[in-house]
Design a protein around this ligand. Sequence first.
Ligand code: MSP
Length: 476
Amino acid sequence: MAKYYVTTPIYYPNDVPHIGHAYTTIAADVLNRWNKLQGKETFFLTGTDEHGKKIAEAAEKSKLTPKEFADKLIPEFKKAWQLLNIDYDRFIRTTDKDHEKIVQEILQRVHDKGDIYKGEYEGLYCTACEAYYTEKDSIDNCCPIHKRPLEKLKEESYFFRLSKYQPFLLDLYRNNPQFISPDKRRKEIINRVKEGLHDLSISRTSFNWGIPLPFDKKHFSYVWFDALLNYYSATKEKGREKFWPADIHLVGKDILWFHAVYWPAILKSAGIKMPKKIFAHGWWTVNGEKMSKTAGNAIKIKELADIAGTDSARYFLLRETSFGDDGDFSKEMLIERHNNELANKLGNLVSRVSALAEKYGLEKAKAIDSKKVIKKTKDYIEDLKFDRAIYEIFAFIDKTNEFIQKEKPWETHDSKVIYQASNAIKDSAILLYPFIPETSEKIAGIFNFKISLDSLNKPLKTTKIKKAPILFEKIK
Ligand code: MSP
């Protein structure tokens, strides 16, 4: 059986999740559902990144141990994913025992290979990023992302010989143009790697909230080594070995460097196969402004789902901008798409056609041809062009609306025309399933078909149909 393995970044549980986290997670859910629909055996991994200074500091403020602090936030993440109808297979925590064991094994293996050595680290550190910056990358001694002053830190540290892997990485990118996506980001990474790589500091003695290095217990693994390995350690669980290498790691553009440079180098050193693809998506602003804790403008998941429901939220985030680009979130735009596209186009079609079907029944007839939209949807989703896929499906829905407008089955009572429209609704609902699963399931219930590849390729069966309840209430 064909396999598919998709991951999200593991999120820092220092606060409840917001639309930034939702974005990657929904996209991963779409890919997972799509591939499942294609008949593949899938594995969808998400989770939390719990070690390191960031969580330790947040915990201290709350007068909790880091583990207690994380334990309190994990249910918030799980609740959020449930609210957004995220069908993940495992929620990994970097504090999970099986993960910690694998991290130690890999650290030992890389050490034995001679790729880890002891040195001293001095640098400008950003706690929010959990990363050091060079003077060149910092702006007035501040973190280029968080704009907060960087801390000067100096300590004994173990280093991973990242610099040694420069030629390997450049070969990898050259021989696998698909490895980093979108293209513009790949070029950025290649240019930076060409400038040369510093060895990577991978341990700290200044805190103990982390995984101890197996060859020097005074040292604790620095977060990225530990965090990145989650993707691999999750496949060491019984029955899951077959999923490595991952088909795709979805990440935000801010953490692409760690995934496109550190991660393959670590894997190469450990003698593990490379993942097939790393895709970096853009960032959301809210009403034109950067989301931040201080601005207090981060849209929480509950708030997002409450605007127009779960499916409309999922739909909006993937329809509004192309996946690799930045986007701007506004409640008004979400409501506009909910009203104009989901309610007016899809909702109305379903309600009209189901009402006619209840009255006049269905009679088999030649289907409205959906081969093109099926092919395009498949190509676009697999190419991570979610907005294009949705656009094509809605063009097909428009065509179906025009068709009944022209045929006027409410005047002719032609059950063949009603059948043709019902069949087109079936095809649209199955194609939309990864994006709006709850609605698609409802439509399937109304027209009596299953969400499956088989149903997509076969004409709708003629059954007794009842008028559908309203799928999307319009919002003022
Ligand atoms: N823990 C690391 C990832 C380790 S993966 C081995 C981390 N966590 S995070 O919680 O800070 O962020 C996770 C993801 O959320 C990143 O992919 C980031 O791009 C994404 N987003 C955070 N804010 C965002 C927006 N405003 N818009 C879109 N995505 C954003 O980094």
